[in-house]
Write a protein that binds this ligand. Sequence first.
Ligand code: HEC
Ligand code: HEC
Length: 502
Amino acid sequence: MNKWLWPVFSVVIFMITGCGDNDATDQKLISLIQRHGLTGDPSACRIIPSIEDEKAQLGMKLFFTKTMSIPGDTACVSCHHPLLGGGDGVSIAIGTGAVDTDIFGYDRELNASEAVYYGGSTGPTQTVNSPTTYNAALQDRFMAWHGIIEAADPDAGFNGSQGGIYDPDSTYNPDNTRNIDPFAGENIPAAQSRFPVQNPIEMAGHGNEIKGLDSFGIRKILVDRLTGENNNTFLTPEQRDAWLKAFRKAYDDKEANATTLITDANIYNLISYYERTQLFIENAWKRYVEGDTTALSEDAKKGAILFFSNYDEGGANCVQCHKGDFFTDNDLHVMAVPQIGRGTQPDGDSYGREEITKDPADRYKWRTMSLLNVEKTGPWGHDGAFTSLRAMVKHMLDPSTPYDSSQIKQKGMQNLDTVEVRQQKALAQLEYNREHGISPHKAVKLSEEEVDQLVEFLKSLTDPRLNDYDFMKRWVPDYNDPESQLLNLQEAKFLPPEATQP
Ligand code: HEC
Ligand code: HEC
């Protein structure tokens, strides 16, 4: 329903049903929806490709193939499985060098020989949690937790496809601003996908073949694998033929040769094509905003009122950061989620946005994540420090809530014994930011029942189709197809229970 019809709509409701308790709740919520200008549809005016599109189909194969990792053991999907919330179900990702690459979730472990590179620890080698690929087409400003991928013109609302993109290949100016990367690709998901393949921890490994190579050099090896250029024999002629066939189909060109079609730019634009088809926004909250007052439970409605109300109205004011129909202000804030695992600093800490801008004022700032499907995208926080949504919500209400590290289920996690020191440092930064008007956040005390209501509301942001395997299997290749064998697609043989239980 058009938001301008809401006043009429609420008056009609009032006349039909009188003024019971439920209607009071609906009226309050409807007026909050109007105040925040919500329409329920974050995809309005966007062109979203279909998963049936041939380009998306090829993008899926590239996303699933282990051929895109230098050691040949990891794919994008190893950390971003469409049946695992578009992530990997663990706090901190483990990429190349896993003991069994078909194992996903808490049982995924790093090979002991690989661990040599990380001071002998077989724990996770990344420093952050794998964010979801869901709704990648709706991201307009940042990718990654500290926004290392950034659209220069986020207001355009075009997924970063206009105005240029900053990314890890950007050069820095003397004042620490970055220059646009002319090779970034069509949009921010395309720009993003060029980097895991050349990161030793994610997909590139530590072998001799990448020694001394820059980002372009490593990606060239991958192109050569698919084309067979430079005498590359990683794939058999039969396998290369299968890729050429797939590229010819996607670009609807039966004649073109491998070197014209299988290019560095095409590969990452195709991967982004696949990611951009993952639009999962058909949730109960959207139905409510569009006018169906029966779409939400009473608890979810009360939780929504807490979420969207100001502090002085007794609300939790989550909306000041988790704004709009996509539930993000596209900005970064200090919320003092404590760093666990290796971190990027010698003491196991990580500095967030400061590591990109080199500005100490940005220390501990991380990106405000969208909350659509958040129930499915755990563990939560930039490092997956929270393994229950409820614990994450309690932290958002009051970041000084003592952190309970016993919730971490991932094996070999480093630095859990010193986590409190790092939480205190981040809290001191939050306090400083509050005192200097930089952080709008105030701690809010709610009853346990109200916390439950907030969680109920967040669950109403889940697209129920994510629980429907028959629907979701379109984002997973058909492993019975002989072509899948030839293309060396990653198959998840051991998904954790979260992936299969609604
Ligand atoms: C080892 C696990 C791993 C692999 C393999 C991996 N990723 Fe990621 N991905 C991550 C992590 C961790 C981040 C967050 C990085 C950061 O914040 O610095 C991320 C971030 C992203 C994001 C940004 C999402 C957002 O909203 O910020 C996208 C999109 C993405 N990856 C796609 C891909 C693609 C495409 C590939 C394959 C080319 C890939 N990933 C391979 C772990 C992985
Ligand atoms: C001052 C801005 C701000 C406010 C207010 C705020 N958030 Fe957040 N939220 C963030 C940031 C920033 C992150 C990422 C923090 C991190 O990972 O270090 C985040 C992360 C989250 C996450 C985890 C997302 C994920 O994918 O891991 C949830 C859930 C969440 N917030 C819910 C809430 C709720 C509920 C409220 C209100 C009680 C709230 N937030 C208030 C900025 C805010």
